[in-house]
Design a protein around this ligand. Structure first.
Ligand code: MN
Length: 473
């Protein structure tokens, strides 16, 4: 069924860079920007308008790219679909994964080194003011469950702690679960960190799917063909064959070292604390590799986490609530904390059940607002209008105290926080006219460009016509 589909533009990193360049959305930064703040400063200034390439950052011979997917529309483009299909396409890929195919030789292993020296071999920037130092931010951490062989893919912030040593923040999800199973046995967990992958694999890595689902299979579904992978040189992890860099290593059992602070997606610093440690055994890369960095808190960071989550949450909610039509993680809510849900013809009280269901989808969700189908969930002004005109706090507000929340939300007590749900739907028994939105019939169908005179125009010509035929003066 996946036979003759044309490969989407986002199926290759270098192909995507060609596409951005051809469409005027790739800025080649000619100044020699410092790895400390220089790269991040330029990338942030261009964020959302163009991706950036730094040919020799801080005098390093490896170029850096950033801002590859910093708009919702670009993600749709990478998938070869319209923006309106984005969530549905991603949801479909999560439900119908395509197993990867293993190859014997791969571009990502053209050059191999068993003597890893991170700062010498990779141009790793320091992004925000109080970051502890250089961080690998676009590294897909791939782990493999030793008993089943099932892999997991996720992105973690990785602090450069030594030439072959990284500090990692493992939030309570799949990588941590894999690791804890190993650590109980006193063993390290083999991992690989892949930097410089194609946009589809980057998006797939952020899917919220059950623990025994390999996110690389979602990349296969997004491209419509199995993702080619290769076995690492020093362990059994399978990594995308076309990647730019692969760091092979182990999450160390019984070892914790200080990590942080680091500027995160909520626009605050994740604090310094005793965290997990990775020791590296090998580095492989393509000839003339490219290094990808994601600036902490930038649009690429926000949207990469946001859109795949929207798809996962839509699928999760629809399982219990067929009336759910669409949803959105707002940018003001850091594309993680505030969820808007659009529903059609709910039964009495159902909006509140949907709010409870949404909190169960992911602990990051802090606020859920439910609206009707006449409200565009992708437009925060529309949602605010629904709250302003359809919501009464004493009737429609749901507050849940002391639930598991995001540890990166500084208003929580180390992740323990409250949840808030707003039912901004029209009451089921309301008289129809009371909540009917005003509209001008025929307005949407007008062809304005055909009706309006092209510039330059002079309104006085109307007035002079008027003088002759009316008595304005
Ligand atoms: Mn997973």
């Amino acid at each position: 069924m996946l036979g003759n589909i044309v490969e989407p533009k986002g199926a290759s990193l270098r192909g995507w860079l060609d596409h951005l360049q051809a469409t005027g959305r790739l800025s080649l930064v000619s100044g020699d920007m410092d790895l400390e703040f220089g790269v991040a400063g330029v990338a942030n200034r261009l964020d959302g308008s163009s991706a950036s390439v730094f040919p020799a950052p801080g005098g390093h011979s490896v170029p850096i790219v950033s801002g590859l997917l910093s708009r919702r529309a670009w993600m749709a483009e990478a998938l070869g679909i319209e923006q309106e299909q984005l969530i549905a396409r991603f949801e479909d890929a999560c439900l119908n994964p395509v197993p990867w195919t293993e190859v014997a030789e791969a571009a990502c292993q053209q050059v191999a080194s068993y003597d890893v020296n991170l700062t010498r071999q990779l141009p790793i920037p320091t992004h925000n003011e109080h970051d502890r130092g250089a961080y690998i931010t676009a590294g897909l951490l791939i782990a493999r469950r030793p008993d089943t062989g099932v892999q997991n893919v996720s992105i973690h912030r990785l602090q450069v702690s030594g030439p072959d040593r990284l500090g990692a923040l493992l939030l309570p999800r799949h990588t941590l679960a894999f690791f804890e199973e190993q650590e109980e046995e006193g063993a390290d967990l083999d991992i690989a960190i892949v930097v410089g992958v194609d946009p589809l694999t980057l998006m797939a890595s952020q899917a919220i799917v059950p623990i025994d689902h390999d996110e690389l299979e979602i990349s296969g579904a997004l491209r419509g063909a199995p993702l080619p992978v290769v076995k690492c040189l020093t362990n059994d992890i399978r990594v995308p064959a076309e990647a730019e860099f692969v760091l092979e290593g182990r999450l160390l059992a019984q070892v914790r070292e200080p990590e942080g602070p680091f500027g995160e997606f909520p626009q605050y610093y994740g604090e310094r604390a005793e965290r997990h440690v990775i020791e590296l055994d090998a580095l492989t890369h393509r000839e003339q590799p490219i290094y990808h960095t994601i600036v902490g808190g930038g649009l690429e960071h926000l949207l990469l986490g946001g859109i795949p989550r929207e798809a996962s949450f839509l699928s999760h909610l629809r399982r219990s609530f067929p009336c759910v039509r669409d949803l959105h993680l707002s940018r003001g809510g850091t594309c993680r904390y505030h969820l808007y849900v659009q529903i059609e013809s709910p039964k009495p009280g159902e909006a509140k059940n949907i709010i409870l269901g949404a909190f169960a989808a992911h602990y990051d969700i802090k606020q859920v607002t439910v609206v009707d189908t006449d409200v565009d969930v992708h437009d925060p002004t529309e949602v605010e209008w629904a709250v302003a005109t359809r919501f009464q706090p004493d009737r429609d507000l749901l507050v849940i105290s002391a639930a598991q929340g995001s540890k990166l939300d500084p208003s929580t007590n180390d992740g323990l926080g409250a949840k808030m749900g707003l039912d901004a739907t029209v009451p089921v028994d309301a008289p129809e006219m009371k909540f009917t939105r005003i509209r001008v019939p025929g307005q949407e169908d007008l062809d304005i460009s055909a009706l309006v005179a092209p510039a330059p125009v002079d309104w006085h010509t109307c007035a002079s016509v008027g003088e002759k035929s009316t008595s304005w003066n």
